[in-house]
Design a protein around this ligand. Structure first.
Ligand code: FAD
Length: 384
């Protein structure tokens, strides 16, 4: 735990939006001191990459396995992506993306002809995209990983970011929040918190804009995903075509309650597989979660042989598949009630918001996260 530090601007969250915001601020000439506070062990957020202590080379993209980007993006976003493209950290997807219908047959990928743009991918992993963005932030950026903010206080024009034990990591004049955990009532049930931390920090009627933000969020829902992670041994012949993503058609999703299957080739020839399980809608609390994770693991393991029939190379390895457990994404993608861009910055409280939950192109996806991080930075530090 670092001693309390004082900065001009702190960002909660080192996902795509928070990292993009910090990078763009630096590009725009923001001269104040900055800090990032992130609950995870490293950058990535929902683009995090799972590692394993017993296998240091292992990398598994267990959140978003790719992102679609249109040809035309705002200049500010392009300026951040250019170095990533040049370094090879952001690449056009080179793997095979296929669709799977409800009879288990291969079809065109459902999103192949959509206007969301071409699939891209972080190389070597998705988390490298956020790392690459943070590298473009100020060299003096203070990085706090493994620190989950539980309490927020706004006193004397300063924000205090505290953990469960009310220990303060960072004091900042301006706060940027890139996730919804501290502002959405879902944290109450999921984490057994009695309050919405941002609401407790700023009482009702003190900042009408912030009241609107919290009201808008309270009505919003997000998709839950139960991602089963597997290890397969891989085959000697590396030329056997393997899919990167198997996207299920809507009928197939209904039949199997699975959204897609992702394959991640490992540097040692092995394979990581992630099965994105859909949610049954059962309420989740800290006490019910362990049993639900077990049940979902069993369900997905049982149906995979049926799902993968069209992929002989994966089926050959199936008998040796080993489960690495299920990761539950409590809010994998926001579904509705985007936050209007006019509320991205609440001046009375010196707090700004970015993330894929902000209205606009790419809402609910990585593209929206990137755009919103850049837009907020440009609001805070207009014109380079
Ligand atoms: C399974 C899955 C599949 C997906 N597939 C796709 C896809 O195919 N295409 C696509 O475009 N998008 C996809 N997405 C969505 C995409 O990952 C997100 O849109 C994007 O990563 C969101 O970035 P963000 O920065 O807005 O949020 P996040 O990545 O969630 O970043 C917020 C960060 O804040 C941190 N944080 C939150 N609260 C606190 C706190 N109190 N204290 C400290 N830290 C905190 C979190 O740990 C997190 O790192 C998928 C997501 C998931 C989970």
């Amino acid at each position: 735990m670092p001693d309390r530090s004082k900065v001009d601007l702190a960002v909660i969250g080192a996902g795509l939006a928070g990292s993009a915001c910090l990078a763009r601020l630096h590009q725009q000439g923001f001269e104040g001191t900055t800090a990032v506070v992130e609950a995870g062990r490293g950058p990535g957020g929902r683009m995090a990459t799972r590692r394993r202590r017993e296998k240091p080379s292992w990398r598994l993209d267990h959140g978003a396995p790719g992102l679609q980007l249109p040809e035309q993006l705002p200049d500010g976003v392009e300026q951040l992506l250019r170095p990533l493209r040049e370094q090879g950290t952001l690449r056009r997807e080179w793997g095979w993306i296929t669709g799977l219908d409800a009879t288990g047959h291969l079809v065109d990928a459902p999103e192949e002809h959509s206007d969301k743009g071409a699939w891209h991918r972080g190389q070597p992993t998705m988390a490298h995209l956020c790392e690459g963005l943070l590298d473009q932030a100020s060299p003096s950026l203070e990085r706090n990983f493994g620190f989950r903010v539980r309490w927020l206080q706004h006193t004397g024009g300063h924000w205090l970011l505290m953990d469960e034990t009310r220990q303060t990591a960072v004091e900042a004049r301006i706060l940027v929040m890139s996730g919804t955990l501290l502002a959405h009532p879902r944290s109450l049930a999921m984490l057994a918190w009695p309050d919405v931390p941002l609401r407790s920090a700023i009482p009702t009627h003190q900042d009408p804009d912030l009241d609107r933000v919290l009201q808008q969020l309270a009505g919003s829902r997000a998709a839950v995903r139960w991602n089963l992670m597997l290890e397969l041994p891989g085959e000697d012949d590396r030329n056997v075509p393997l899919p990167r993503q198997i996207l299920l058609t809507p009928e197939a999703q209904r039949r199997w309650q699975v959204e897609r299957v992702v394959v991640h080739q490992q540097s040692d020839g092995g394979l990581g597989v992630v099965v994105h399980g859909l949610d049954s809608g059962e309420p989740i609390t800290p006490s019910s979660q362990p049993a639900l994770l077990k049940r979902e693991e069993q369900r997905l393991m049982e149906l995979l042989p049926e799902l993968l029939k069209a992929f002989p190379a994966l089926m050959r390895q199936w008998p040796q598949a080993r489960s690495l457990g299920v990761m539950r994404w409590g809010a994998s993608q926001p579904l509705n009630h985007p936050l209007p861009t006019s509320l991205q910055w609440c001046m009375a409280s010196n707090i700004g918001f970015c993330g894929d939950w902000i209205e606009g192109a790419g809402f609910g996806r990585a593209e929206g996260a990137l755009r919103s991080g850049v837009a907020l930075a440009e609001l805070l530090q207009p014109g380079a």
